[in-house]
Design a protein around this ligand. Structure first.
Ligand code: GTP
Ligand code: MG
Length: 197
């Protein structure tokens, strides 16, 4: 599948401000600065669609993008943003949790992890919570272009090992680079398959 038309629709500061849940929706989440907005832009082949920044904490609202008039992509704020105040972090968490638990058309959550880092507790705990809530998710490794060839395989293998301490089966895993447009076909084909189910 290729995306031919991607357009920003709306930003919501509360789940009940989100557009009608009348079509399939795919949301992108992960720690601040992991590359959520960049990945959305890469998938849509549009470098200015979602706002990106080298400073963490850029995306602070639930942002809906309409794709080919048929489905939604959603850019969520990052979790675990260290520089936000405690109150702000609590508000973000509440916003994200409410969205995730009540969005009836959410087909799959894409959880992004930075391929350079060891498995982080905050991500593994977040995935565990998705299991408790029964929210289907896949994992996306980002910024693969920043890894040495020798690290690519070992980092992913280490991550799988950490996952298998909590999960009986591994989720679907995508390996991406927004810089090199790596992983686009795989992710879009996956979405196409789910849309057709
Ligand atoms: P918040 O909205 O702040 O939570 O961040 P985000 O997860 O949306 O990250 P964003 O897409 O804004 O990217 C953060 C930084 O990482 C930017 O400087 C991007 O250019 C950079 N970046 C994102 N993806 C990649 C990638 O695949 N490769 C490289 N080299 N840099 C990337
Ligand atoms: Mg962002």
């Amino acid at each position: 599948m290729r995306i031919t038309k991607a357009a920003f629709l709306t930003s919501s500061s509360k789940p009940n401000q989100c557009p009608d849940a009348d079509r399939p929706e795919y949301a992108f989440i992960g720690r601040s600065n992991v590359g959520k907005s960049s990945l959305i832009n890469m998938l849509c082949n549009n470098s200015t669609l979602a706002k990106t920044s080298s400073t963490p904490g850029k995306t602070q609202l639930i942002n809906h993008f309409t794709i080919d008039n048929q489905w939604y992509l959603v850019d969520l704020p990052g979790y675990g943003y260290a520089k936000a105040s405690k109150t702000q972090r609590k508000e973000f968490k509440l916003l994200i949790d409410n969205y995730l638990r009540h969005r009836s058309n959410l087909m799959c959550l894409f959880i992004l992890v930075d391929s350079r880092h060891k498995p982080q507790k905050v991500d593994l705990e977040f995935m565990h919570q998705m299991g408790v809530w029964g929210i289907p998710f896949v994992i996306v490794f980002t910024k693969m272009d920043k890894l040495k060839a020798s690290e690519k395989e070992s980092n992913i293998e280490n991550y799988k090992k950490a996952l298998l301490e909590d999960w009986e089966e591994l989720p679907e895993i995508f390996v991406t680079s927004a810089e090199k447009a790596e992983g686009r076909d795989e992710i879009l084909n996956f979405i196409e398959q789910v849309n057709e189910q």
